[in-house]
Ligand binder design. Structure first.
Ligand code: FE
Ligand code: MN
Length: 334
């Protein structure tokens, strides 16, 4: 039997999922299903009262919420489009495709979360959905990802040479490691700080669900990258590794600039310097996850963030409706 490979495998039948070669892809699919949620299950009533009350939030707090809405709302559709239009056609392995379909669905749920927040809180959609053009530090992040992931968007692109497989992996790093693994994380820290203070709990909880999904997307992306590198070791040259590392370092600089812009003064025990340290800490983790040496040696200033990723609903002290998503189709209600 010829060995199955992810790229350029003429013997792969995309419709024949069993027997499976890549068990990790299946495991990520199951993890995604176990995180099932929909935005409307989160009650926004208290958020609405806080948002409408002039004394409910400071100007800096409002700005921080709006900016994160602005960045995430368009970044989610960018990610969904990348999966469907650029990545899917090159990945013919059926268990990986099953995961990509699940991920595309989850990105649609995330897009829905921001529609729901705008609808329930009365945010101006023109303001939120134009921030990727009007706020320079948001635009810089989006431009960086769009720029570094141009090759696989080209309709004529093929993974048919060492150079092209490098381009493909380069772009996967842009989508998975940088966009989903670094550019989302300053925002996650800021929004989940509200959750820790039991304020704007509805919006913050939507971000918490998104964080849990994104941590699976990132894990799938890293496993996909590592598998392609294992199967095509000739691509993993010293020069290529240094290009990837440099891209990750540039993305850290952009994320730190975004945090400084979002948070010009400290609030809620948060300041831009601590967030910068956190972004460097997670960038080191991302580098190690794809077998590259870490760069920063930063400490984690927010150890509570890892709990936020696994936190089961019933452990939350605030009141919400749905408590448990472990079994799809049998949601329990309080
Ligand atoms: Fe997402
Ligand atoms: Mn994602």
């Amino acid at each position: 039997m010829s060995k199955k490979t992810i790229l350029n495998n003429n013997s792969t039948d995309p419709n024949k999922i069993l027997p499976m070669t890549y068990k990790w892809a299946r495991a990520h699919y199951k993890n995604g299903v176990n995180n099932n949620w929909t935005p409307e299950e989160v009650n926004m009533q208290k958020d609405l009262e806080t948002w409408k009350n002039p004394a409910g939030l400071s100007d800096d707090e409002r700005r921080l919420i709006m900016w994160n809405m602005g960045f995430f709302s368009t970044a989610e559709s960018l990610t969904a489009n990348n999966i469907v239009l650029a990545i899917y056609r090159h990945i013919t392995n059926p268990e990986c495709r099953q995961y990509l379909l699940r991920q595309a669905y989850e990105e649609a749920v995330h897009t829905d979360a921001f529609i729901y927040c705008c609808d329930t809180l009365g945010f101006d959609p023109d303001e939120v959905y134009n921030m990727y053009m009007t706020i320079p530090s948001i635009k810089a992040k989006d431009d960086f990802v769009v720029d570094m992931t141009k090759s696989i968007f080209d309709i004529n692109f093929k993974t048919d040479s060492t150079e092209n497989i490098q381009k493909f992996v380069h772009d996967l790093v842009g989508y998975y490691i940088i966009m989903e693994g670094i550019f989302f994380y300053a925002g996650f820290v800021m929004m989940l700080s509200f959750l820790r203070q039991n304020r704007m709990v509805g919006v913050a909880e939507q971000f918490q669900y998104i964080l849990r999904d994104e941590s699976v997307h990132l894990a799938f992306g890293a496993d996909l990258i590592n598998e392609i590198v294992d199967e095509n070791p000739e691509i993993w040259t010293a020069e290529f590794k240094s290009i990837i590392t440099e891209n990750i370092k540039k993305s850290v600089d952009l994320e730190v600039a975004y945090a400084k812009d979002c948070l010009p003064r400290g609030i809620m025990g948060l300041n831009a310097d601590a967030i910068a340290e956190y972004v460097k800490y997670i960038a080191d983790r991302r580098l190690e996850r794809i077998h590259l040496p870490k760069v920063y040696g930063a400490d984690n200033p927010f150890p509570w963030m890892s709990e936020m990723t696994d936190l089961r609903k019933e452990k939350n002290f605030f009141e919400t409706r749905v408590t448990e998503y472990k079994k799809g189709g049998t949601l329990e209600w309080d």
